[in-house]
Write a protein that binds this ligand. Structure first.
Ligand code: FES
Ligand code: FES
Length: 171
């Protein structure tokens, strides 16, 4: 991240925020989006660029704990915010409960949809550790998988629900 901390020019401004637990001061263009700051500026490529119009959820990140499409978020809107990407969900203790469950229950399907799904489900279980099937369906309504069913994903969410009581989903 330090490579990306540069002086602002006449065409940029300094964006101060927190990214994955680290304070950042980044020079960004006024029209730059959060997705580009993360992927192109900081190399956090776990956040995927796909539809870029808010339809697929591949670019989902947490902003102050809420799942948000980074392709629709202007960088300037992130001033003073805490941003967490898929890279920031794991810790020195390893993967969080949702990440583990996705691996164990076949929720991990392709690299495009999975990071966004994991980000969304992590946020859901932090707010609601015992979601109903309808809650899960609604939470994942903005995360599209184009090529398979959601059975493995739903099994993963249920398994993570069991683990979240131990604090795993809050990692
Ligand atoms: S790339 Fe952002 S919602 Fe599809
Ligand atoms: S889009 Fe990822 S498995 Fe279908």
């Amino acid at each position: 991240m330090s490579d990306a901390i540069r002086r602002a020019t006449a065409e940029t401004f300094i964006l101060e925020c927190e990214i994955n637990g680290q304070n950042a001061a980044l020079d960004v263009a006024p029209a730059e989006r959060l997705l580009s700051v993360l992927r192109d500026g900081l190399g956090l490529t776990g956040t995927k660029r796909s539809c870029e119009i808010g339809r697929c959820g591949a670019c989902m990140v947490l902003i102050d704990g809420q799942p948000v499409n980074s392709c629709l978020t202007m960088a300037y809107q992130c001033a003073g915010k805490k941003i967490t990407t898929i890279e920031g969900l794991s810790s020195e203790n390893g993967l969080n409960a949702v990440q583990k469950s996705f691996l164990e229950e076949g929720g991990y399907q392709c690299g495009y949809c999975t990071p966004g799904m994991v980000v969304t489900v992590t946020a859901l279980l932090r707010e609601n550790p015992r979601p109903t099937a309808e809650d899960i369906e609604e939470a994942l309504s903005g995360n599209i998988c184009r090529c398979t069913g959601y059975a493995g994903i739903l099994r993963s969410v249920r398994k993570a629900m069991g683990a979240s009581g131990e604090g795993g989903a809050t990692a």
